[in-house]
Design a protein around this ligand. Structure first.
Ligand SMILES: [Zn+2]
Length: 482
């Protein structure tokens, strides 16, 4: 299939979500004209010459989603769905595993494959800009430059817009056999990780015609020292790159940060003067009023990941209140499936559980997945379909769905990521009729499953007490005899 499109392309559909005067606007029976990497025109019609016209019928053409915490591995979080507590189920390293020396549980080929596979999965779900996140539990320590070189190659091949940087950390958590979790630190290893991340950032920032940019990913706040974060902040400021730091997401984190620094996570970031406008903060579910004020004051952004929070019985408290404070909020998928539409839907439900039915409307959540992500990244050329913006476009088919009178409300009530039909990024058609050129979806799914099964088989090695797999992951119903 033709990928780099010569000449103008005109897209038509029952619904087009355009943009004017700083807000999205809905065109019924609208068109989008693409020229090169950019949107040329959005409106009711286009009179200029075009090289091709694609009519999607009952569908919504919208800005592609911006995923600030984009699932980029075979997500081990789903294994904990009915299997807790985390420290008993291989999600906190036992002392015995650390003593023998933590090791990589995937080969470098497997690490490269899962990035490529995950990036294709993001595109299938209409995500056009991604800041990858993966678990460090199955790693020797942090993410590696080799794996991110492979990630850059995958993004280049698939056409995904990405911000890339290997996650690094100066500490980790260790549990004894009774579930007493403590922090362990290795400052030199953290600083080495930052040095390697900075070299990688300088090397890849702006390649692939600007589609690949650098980011910094100091892992989770309870695993980072002051020196590591201050240096990160300085280097990222100088490069104009975003920094993503997980904080305010778990009670164990709150306890460890309080033990280490005597305050709450975002208070500490503020105290050490690390928190700047380029900081992206997943998940904020444990944040206090004071901390929300500090985020707003710093001009930093919250990364809301509704699905992963709700699966664990949590929610951001609350999306409407954080928004009313003027905090920029973007969205992240974070867990499997990387279905941004599902995240929008769960985000609506949890916001209403927190604050009531009237506290939020569909457009508030849709803004977060588009304009909010763009604002967090300081990218006024993303997250909107307007002349001069990047042609990053998602087409969601509504032909088999019961439609409300409004396309955004229909996405919230009746659609799923599997309805995404076509995706354009930087003016390239990277998915057509659900097919990504050069990808054998069935073969890749089988390979991913085999790789995931292999990792599950290794769980006893890093689970406290080293029980067999069948005791770590308990069945729903009793398995019937064959
Ligand atoms: Zn996360």
């Amino acid at each position: 299939m033709e990928r780099v499109m010569q000449g103008r392309t005109l897209l038509c559909a029952q619904w087009v979500i355009g943009h004017s005067d700083g807000r999205h606007v809905v065109h019924e029976n609208g068109v989008v004209a693409i020229e090169g990497t950019d949107v040329l025109h959005v409106g009711a019609s286009f009179d200029g010459p075009v090289a091709r016209r694609i009519d999607y019928g009952a569908a919504v053409i919208s800005p592609g989603f911006i995923d600030l915490d984009a699932l980029s591995d075979l997500d081990t979080t789903i294994l904990g769905y009915d299997n807790g507590p985390a420290w008993k189920k291989g999600r906190v390293w036992p002392e015995s595993y650390v003593k023998r020396g933590p090791y990589e549980m995937y080969t470098s080929e497997e690490l490269a494959f899962q990035k490529h596979h995950a990036f294709a999965h993001l595109i299938r779900n209409g995500i056009t800009t991604a800041l990858p996140i993966a678990s460090l539990f199955y790693r020797a320590w942090g993410e590696t430059v080799a794996e991110f070189d492979a990630a850059a190659a995958a993004a280049e091949e698939l056409g995904l817009r990405v911000y890339l940087g290997p996650a690094y950390r100066s500490g980790g958590q260790v549990t004894d056999e009774w579930g007493n979790i403590r922090a362990v630190f290795d400052e030199a290893r953290g600083l080495q990780g930052l040095a390697e991340a900075a070299d990688f950032a300088a090397r890849i920032d702006g390649i692939a015609g600007g589609r690949i940019r650098a980011m910094f990913a100091p892992d989770r706040i309870e695993t980072c020292t002051e020196t590591l974060l201050r240096r990160t902040s300085d280097i990222a400021d100088e490069m104009g790159a975003p920094v993503r730091q997980h904080c305010s997401q778990s009670p164990v984190e709150l306890r460890l940060v309080r033990e280490q620094h005597g305050c709450a996570p975002i208070e500490w970031l503020h105290q050490i003067d690390a928190l700047h406008p380029n900081w992206l903060l997943p998940h904020g579910t444990q944040a206090t009023e004071t901390e929300f004020d500090l985020i707003a004051g710093a001009g930093a952004s919250l990364v809301h990941c509704p699905l992963v929070s709700a699966r664990h019985g949590g929610m951001l408290k609350s999306f409407p209140k954080a928004r009313a404070r003027g905090i920029t909020i973007g969205l992240g998928t974070d867990t499997h499936p990387a279905d941004m539409i599902l995240n929008l839907q769960i985000g609506m439900m949890t916001a209403r559980l927190a604050d009531g039915m009237e506290a939020i409307r569909s457009e508030d959540m849709f803004d977060a997945a588009t304009l909010g992500g763009a604002a967090a990244l300081k990218r006024p050329d993303l997250g909107r379909l307007a002349p001069g913006a990047k042609a990053d476009i998602t087409v969601t088919d509504l032909s088999r769905t019961l439609q409300t009178p409004d396309p955004v409300q229909t996405l919230m009530t009746s659609a799923s990521g599997r309805d995404v039909r076509d995706v354009f990024i930087d003016g390239r058609r990277v998915m057509a009729d659900g097919v990504i050129p050069g990808i054998d979806e069935t073969a890749d799914a089988a390979r991913a499953q085999a790789q995931f099964d292999g990792l599950i088989a290794k769980y006893p090695g890093r689970t406290v007490g080293h029980p067999p797999v069948s005791e770590i992951f308990t069945p729903s119903y009793e398995r019937a005899a064959p």
